[in-house]
Design a protein around this ligand. Structure first.
Ligand SMILES: *Cc1c(COP(=O)(O)O)cnc(C)c1O
Length: 332
């Protein structure tokens, strides 16, 4: 048996019970985010859509749930030593905020050319930002090195049992609030949100169909499902910057594989259309990645006709000038 296979066999995958534990930890800490409906969207899709607005979550995305849960699960000794994350996106801010709330030191490894607003937001929550040159250095190696030297726990953005269980609490709330959801549609990057949602569904809505939505440019998840193994792709180019990962995780893939109904894709143009629709009709500001699920319902990539459909709007972190540029691009 090679090292790789051996490592996989020792994986301990999170369970629906772990989501229940995360629900208790996040109670009174994470926002119980609102669920929005729209007769216009329902008329356009022929479905009843329930939008779970994680763009209104603390830190502006569902990532706060996984980050907080993972830090809460640490031993007292680990909490004293602190944690490290590598991310230039929503996971960085989520970790910084979750660390501050729990009095745990957080270091975030970010590319030297990360947007200034993201660096400022992460620092604003009290985390230390460590820069690396993304053309010359490997951020995972830097993160691991830091973890080893300072004894910090490495908390990745999706491939971690407590992160996955934490992300599952969003879908858990949706299933608690709305009865008889037939279909749940989730954005798909590395699979933390989707795998967590699957665990939540296994307990609360076992007959619910589950779909993941990727940007067209990076359909590694769809390829992985087809091949029955994790497929690696080169970094995709899409406006859905929260979902441009190159591969699913060792923890997320097996959970997705055992239960998923389908993985579909949408184009950047379709994302912009969904983003504009959310702003115009529902006054919701979502980031492009946050619109993957709604775009799949609007385009018919997921068959929603006549169904009660939960859609995870996963995040809303986008600066207004970029938002303006995207929604003012002519569409047809
Ligand atoms: C991280 C992120 C995703 C993708 O989540 P995964 O757990 O990596 O699949 C989707 N939307 C937003 C807003 C994100 O920040």
């Amino acid at each position: 048996m090679n090292v790789q296979t051996e490592r996989h066999m020792q994986l301990s995958l999170p369970t629906p019970e772990d989501v229940a534990v995360a629900v208790a930890r996040l109670n009174g800490v994470a926002h119980h985010s609102p669920i929005m409906t729209s007769t216009t969207l329902d008329a356009m899709t022929g479905a009843r859509l329930y939008l779970k607005c994680e763009n209104l979550q603390r830190g502006g995305a569902f990532k706060f749930r996984g980050a907080y849960n993972a830090i809460a699960a640490l031993s007292p000794a680990q909490r004293t030593k602190g944690v490290v994350a590598f991310s230039s996106g929503n996971h960085a801010q989520a970790m910084a905020l979750a660390g501050r709330l729990q009095g745990v030191s957080v270091s975030v490894v970010m590319p030297h050319d990360a947007p200034a607003v993201k660096v400022a937001a992460t620092r604003g929550y009290g985390a230390e930002v460590i820069f690396y040159d993304r053309y010359k250095e490997d951020r995972e190696a830097i993160g691991r090195d830091l973890a080893e030297k300072q004894g910090r726990a490495l908390i990745p953005s999706y491939d971690h049992p407590d992160v996955i269980a934490g992300q599952g609490t969003a879908a858990h709330e949706l299933f608690q609030d709305i009865e008889d959801i037939d279909v749940l549609i989730s954005p798909l990057g590395g699979g933390g949100l989707l795998a967590g949602s699957i665990l939540a569904a296994e307990r609360a809505a076992p007959n619910c169909l589950l779909y993941g939505v990727e940007p067209e440019a990076g359909d590694d998840g769809r390829q992985s499902l087809k091949r029955g193994e994790i497929v690696h792709i080169s970094p995709p180019v899409s406006i859905a910057d929260g979902a441009v990962v190159t591969h699913l995780g060792h923890h997320t893939f097996p959970i997705i594989q055992r239960k998923i109904t389908g993985i579909v894709t949408v184009s950047d143009t379709q994302l912009v259309a969904a983003m504009s629709m959310l702003a115009e009709r529902l006054k919701i500001i979502a980031e492009p990645t946050g619109c993957l699920g709604l775009a799949a319902a609007l385009t018919g990539a997921v068959d929603v006709k006549g169904k009660r459909v939960g859609v995870l709007i996963s995040g809303g972190n986008i600066d207004l000038s970029r938002f303006g540029r995207l929604v003012s691009t002519p569409r047809n």
